[in-house]
Design a protein around this ligand. Structure first.
Ligand code: FMN
Length: 308
């Protein structure tokens, strides 16, 4: 690229509240890690949201755990993870080598346990922020926190009391009015909101007269949910225009990402698309500046929330 082209290149830096990012593209919790980070240059992402960690090890749900649907997938992983102690020993050292933002996702069995988790993890300076997964549809009671405003606020209160690091509350789309949950999360001390997690759904094999997923129901993700996610980001950003919102749901192109930005999101996460093509988030990072330049937008920040 010539020096002139570089000068003309739109500025895609952004921030999620106090967290500054080189670009707005993160990878979503549970959809990235393992081998993907050996295939792409993670350091070129805006950030990584690690897979949700719980206090105790969890085996997750019985197989099959994923099922392909029209324009999407169902998953019923059930927060399979090795638990906090092993995660700190075995996962955090590797995640800490990333030079992009590192956001750690946690899920507690009680509101207090969310506080314990972020409290224990706060001693690690490499962690830039926490995403509170109050919205997993695949665990028993996993969604209660994110569907009941009082519980959402209590959960945020507990986490807020336990850490000074930024808190991002990840909201579920499985509610009638997402703005009520957003309001409760903010009242409890959330610095930012991310939305959405998966939509509860199911698949049935009628010949076997049985559900396709071992966990019976699962979470729908991928392009099929993008219009729903976009609508919810729009609703939350319309009601709370100053609150940093991270858009998630069916994003697989730079245009998808920019639609969420125009709806009011300051950053986005790519989830299911990582399974289809591991390079998707970096392709979005690469394609975004040209899309902005073409539309005469010089700074990504100038586009945030402009679709009204
Ligand atoms: C296989 C799979 C595992 C996931 N695991 C988690 C998880 O551990 N924690 C979490 O907060 N969200 C999890 N999610 C939800 C995603 O982070 C994201 O919110 C959702 O898939 C919607 O985005 P997408 O349509 O781009 O996939 C998972 C999604 C999938 C498909």
């Amino acid at each position: 690229m010539t020096a002139y082209a570089k000068r003309r290149r739109p500025d895609v830096s952004t921030s999620i509240g106090p967290i500054r990012l080189a670009n707005p593209v993160l990878v979503a919790s549970g959809t990235f890690g393992g081998i993907q980070d050996r295939v792409i240059d993670v350091n070129r992402l805006g950030g990584v949201v690690a897979k949700t960690v719980t206090m105790e090890p969890r085996k997750g749900n019985p197989p099959p755990r994923v099922w392909e649907t029209a324009s999407g997938m169902l998953n019923s992983i059930g927060l399979d993870n090795k638990g906090l102690v092993a995660w700190i020993d075995e996962e955090l050292p590797h995640l800490s080598t990333y030079r992009c933002r590192l956001i750690v996702s946690v899920s507690g069995r009680t509101a207090e346990e969310y506080g314990d988790l972020v409290g224990r993890l706060s001693e690690f300076p490499r962690i830039d922020a926490f995403e509170l997964n109050i919205s997993c549809p695949n665990v028993s009671h996993g969604m209660d926190y994110g569907t009941d405003p009082a519980l959402t606020e209590k959960t945020l209160n507990c986490a807020r009391a336990a850490t000074k690091k930024p808190l991002i509350a990840k909201l579920t789309p499985n509610v009638t009015d997402v703005t009520r949950i957003a309001e409760a999360a903010l009242a409890g001390g959330a610095d930012a909101l991310s939305l959405v997690n998966t939509l509860k759904g199911m698949a049935i094999d009628w010949r076997r007269r049985a559900p396709c997923l071992g966990g019976v129901t699962g979470g729908l993700s991928g392009p099929a949910i993008k219009p729903v996610a976009l609508r919810m980001v729009w609703e939350v950003c319309s009601k709370f225009p100053k609150v940093p919102v991270v858009g998630i749901g069916g994003i697989s192109t730079a245009d998808d990402a920019l639609e969420f930005i125009a709806a009011g999101a300051c950053a986005v996460q790519v989830g299911t698309a990582n399974f289809a093509e591991v390079n998707t988030p970096l392709r979005i990072v690469e394609e975004m500046p040209a899309k902005l330049a073409e539309a005469g937008v010089r700074r990504l920040r100038d586009l945030v929330g402009t679709a009204r």
